[in-house]
Ligand binder design. Structure first.
Ligand SMILES: *Cc1c(COP(=O)(O)O)cnc(C)c1O
Length: 468
């Protein structure tokens, strides 16, 4: 071994750096309130800094500290931005084990534990959702890939089991809500489904898909000779966090024999809450469900369950054989690469497995209860304050609201947000609903309390007064 290689494989260095890294991260977590959430620098400033940094040799520990100090900190109680989970600390440690082993999951021998854990966790989830005896699933890297995988499966299933004509491929149609996540559109485009064959149904004044219009659109598509192979519902939608009526849509899909996909990337975990599981009533109708562990399940990114009512369909999707990897045989769960897009895949399942093992289902139920309750409190504070209005009643932990004591609310709220996040004190995002700009929060941090929310409202009001 050369000196350099010996240094890269030195266990004493690893232990020393590792221990000081863990101490540093613990301290960052403890002291989160004492720093800004977002130490913002422009892209040009970052580029200059890291270009210079890259050219200078340095120790890993200095680099790690620098990265953490210069990054947005999700563990800060004032982080209320995008939907990515604030990772629970035991799950962060799982990441280290995953990367130490770095086991791929394509074939069984290298992915023995990962593939088996995926099966165990997915069976547990399928049972929770009431998907029945034939159900099963696996994990993909993210909800976008998970959605593509599920819709590809719906299509493969339709072509294989229902359609006898090759020409039908050009008539395939998907129906979804106009509020569905853009990954649905991206999946459709990737699959060669043209824009006119992705039918988007308007929502009602509570932001739920209009089921009467959905049924009309389905009938119209049939009359035009289109082949609707999949209907997609939100559990919940991304912008407002609103759950579609899964029960009614599911029953319709079952009656018409159409694949029912539930995009539960954000909030399928409501199933773990006694108080809020009514929001996913009807999810048992789903032919497929996508559920991100790295949104509402306290898990570091990225790790997503793709679940199927009939697990054998999942393996129709990627039937192209690579015989050096697998002997010719029917679906076997132990070879992850056979059912997913990915070949080498990280064993991310260990992250959520760690939380299930240490805390059981209850941690996820407690988390949903806490965040959904707190968001309702947030909405109440906004509604009591004449300077603000909400865009919707929150179903989940997402709330859109805006400042209205001003001339031009769209421009004003966009400016407000910009000023607010540049202070570094809070991080929230914005969205546009029916052409109006709203401030948008997602409450994901168990350390965020009503006091932090009151602080946020106060800060926004103060900035608004300065802006007037
Ligand atoms: C986040 C999200 C997705 C996409 O998932 P990624 O893991 O970010 O790829 C899809 N649908 C909904 C409703 C989401 O909230």
């Amino acid at each position: 071994m050369t000196d350099i290689l010996a240094k890269a494989f030195n266990s004493a260095d690893f232990e020393e750096t590792g221990l000081s890294l863990i101490r540093f991260l613990s301290n960052t977590f403890e002291q989160a309130d004492n720093r800004v959430v977002l130490p913002y620098k422009t892209p040009e400033e970052q580029y200059e800094y890291w270009k210079e940094d890259f050219g200078q040799p340095g120790s890993p520990i200095h680099l790690f500290k620098d990265v953490v100090e210069k990054s947005i900190l999700y563990h800060h109680p004032h982080y209320m931005g995008h939907q990515t989970a604030v990772p629970a600390l035991p799950a962060v440690l799982s990441s280290l084990v995953i990367d130490f082993l770095s086991n791929g999951m394509g074939v069984y021998e290298v992915g023995m534990i990962g593939n088996t854990m995926e099966r165990v966790v997915c069976e547990h989830l399928c049972q929770k959702f009431g998907l029945g005896e034939q159900s099963g699933g696996f994990v993909t890297s993210g909800g976008t890939l998970g959605t593509l995988t599920a819709i590809l499966t719906a299509k493969a299933h339709y072509m294989y089991h229902q359609s006898t004509e090759a020409a039908d491929k050009d008539k395939l149609c998907i129906i979804t809500s106009e509020q569905s996540h853009y990954c649905v559109q991206r999946a459709a485009v990737t699959m060669g489904i043209s824009e006119d064959r992705l039918i988007k149904i308007p929502v009602d004044n509570t932001w739920r898909i209009r089921i009467d219009l959905l049924k009309d659109a389905y009938q119209k598509a049939l009359n035009q000779g289109k082949k609707v192979f999949c209907i997609i519902a939100c559990a919940p939608s991304t912008s407002t966090g609103t759950y579609d009526n899964l029960e009614e849509i599911g029953a319709f899909c079952q009656a018409e024999n159409i694949w029912f996909h539930v995009d539960g990337a954000h909030g399928a975990s409501a199933i773990f809450s006694e108080k809020y599981q009514h929001l996913v009533k009807g999810i048992e109708y789903a032919d497929s469900i996508v559920m991100d562990f790295h949104k509402m399940m306290l898990t570091p990114g990225i790790s997503t369950a793709v679940l199927f009512k009939n697990r054998s369909y999942a393996f129709d999707t990627f039937r192209q054989e690579a015989e050096y990897l697998w002997e010719k045989q029917d679906f076997e769960w132990q070879h992850g690469g056979k059912s997913t897009f990915e070949c080498t895949k990280s064993m991310t399942i260990l992250k959520v497995y760690t939380l299930f093992k240490q805390f059981g289902d209850k941690i996820f139920g407690d988390f949903v209860d806490y965040q959904y309750d707190l968001t309702k409190e947030f909405a109440r504070l906004i509604e009591e304050n004449p300077q603000f209005e909400t865009a919707h009643q929150p179903d989940s932990n997402i709330l859109c609201f805006r400042y209205i004591n001003c001339e031009n609310p769209n421009e004003f709220n966009a400016q407000l947000r910009q000023k607010l996040i540049l202070t570094g004190e809070f991080y929230i995002v914005q969205t546009t609903l029916n052409g109006n700009v709203y401030l948008r929060v997602t409450l994901l941090n168990p350390r965020t309390t009503l006091i932090h929310i009151q602080n946020l409202i106060k800060s926004i009001s103060q900035i608004a007064e300065l802006l007037q």
